[in-house]
Ligand binder design. Sequence first.
Ligand SMILES: Cc1cc2nc3c(=O)[nH]c(=O)nc-3n(C[C@H](O)[C@H](O)[C@H](O)COP(=O)(O)OP(=O)(O)OC[C@H]3O[C@@H](n4cnc5c(N)ncnc54)[C@H](O)[C@@H]3O)c2cc1C
Length: 427
Amino acid sequence: MPADPAAVPPSAPPDAPMFDPATWGLTERQAEIAATARHLGQTRFHPRAAEVDRAAQFPRQNFDDLHASRLLAICVPEDHGGLGADLKTYALAAAEVGRYCGATALTWNMHVCSCLWSGALADGLEMDAATRATHERRRARHYARIVEAGKIYAQPFSEGGAAAAGGAAFSTRAVRTEDGRWRVDGRKIFASLAGAADYYGVLCTETTPGGEGRRRDTLYLAVPGDAPGFSVTGEWDPLGMRGTVSRDLIFEAVEVDPEEELMPPGVYHQAAVRWPHMFMTLTPAYLGIAQAAHDFTVRYLRGELPGMPPVKRRMYPTKQLAVADLSIQLETAKALWFQVMGEAQADPGRESKLRAYACQHTVMETAARMTQLAIRTCGGQSMLKRFHLERLYRDARCGSLMLPWTAELCLDRLGREALYLPGESDE
Ligand SMILES: Cc1cc2nc3c(=O)[nH]c(=O)nc-3n(C[C@H](O)[C@H](O)[C@H](O)COP(=O)(O)OP(=O)(O)OC[C@H]3O[C@@H](n4cnc5c(N)ncnc54)[C@H](O)[C@@H]3O)c2cc1C
């Protein structure tokens, strides 16, 4: 596979930040973490992205780089040796990664959820003192693995039923054994990092043998990748985000130590109800893709892409109009996203929650629309595999499909919740 001629060589000048620190009022820490992510993305991830995509292979080297630069522990609290990033800080860095390799940004997101949800997010939720002390001890195990040994966590919740959309209890079940362990049975579909992760942050329902589980009984357990009874199955040859290797997981009487709980029983449900922005961690990858589609188009039309004859196409009014359209779409999505990421907290107001749905929908649909327009504008050569625009186009197509906040579900909730206040009906 020839190298992508548009991949920026290491000697190239660094790309400008997606969010200029002074203009957007980033903290020094945010700017520094985003700069590290952008540098890795531009110099390491981008040159590898074509091969990761072609082979549909997990980007292992990229994760080694993330570990070496401490970004694997970006959302591990500082007193546990991590960078202690909150959602917004993480999101700013992940968007930079998304510009260069969507599959790396998306798999990194799955890993980061295990730290963000058990870390900053859990810190703002209610637990009695004894439960918090147990949580503190347990999460220290997870964080030490990540910080010291570069262990990777996956985030499987999809099952193919109504559970991942929040409509039912997870059908993957955990039953307490006589010796106090969890016995997990079930199946997850579309688990990014399948076969590559060291631990799988499985969402499952605590039940008694033969009993019915409830959503509030959701457990969040880290299942080790080498646990007896755990296996990875199914093929993986999708349209886009191919490097995520999102295959299916089988759990057959997998025994899990309660010390592997990523959150105490009941706390995941509390988070899902009270902290809606936790489901927005997928957006940065796609916002980064939108930025990349814009940047590619501008460079292409200016005749500045490495490996292309320096033919300029910028003088045509139709191209100028299309670039204006891309800029408007990008700026709109970025402005809304930046605002919404800053609103993330427990129990946000109603407007804030509705804005979060609007933002998720905007980012996912904008990325897909922009990559489509970018190809139409640049023309036939731009959809050749030797350029990364066609990969951006395929990767962008996945954003709207991702539960729990697919584009359809965002529309569904936004419309209903805008028209009906809590408790209202037409009966
Ligand atoms: C590249 C990629 C990586 C992924 N990685 C992960 C991962 O790491 N972990 C993980 O858990 N999942 C992951 N997923 C899965 C993803 O989040 C979805 O679960 C998956 O795409 C659902 O596919 P489905 O066809 O089974 O959806 P279905 O559940 O059949 O839904 C199909 C569509 O119907 C709509 N819909 C569903 N339920 C409702 C409802 N109640 N009301 C109205 N409309 C509804 C939604 O728009 C949905 O897109 C990944 C998906 C992709 C594409």
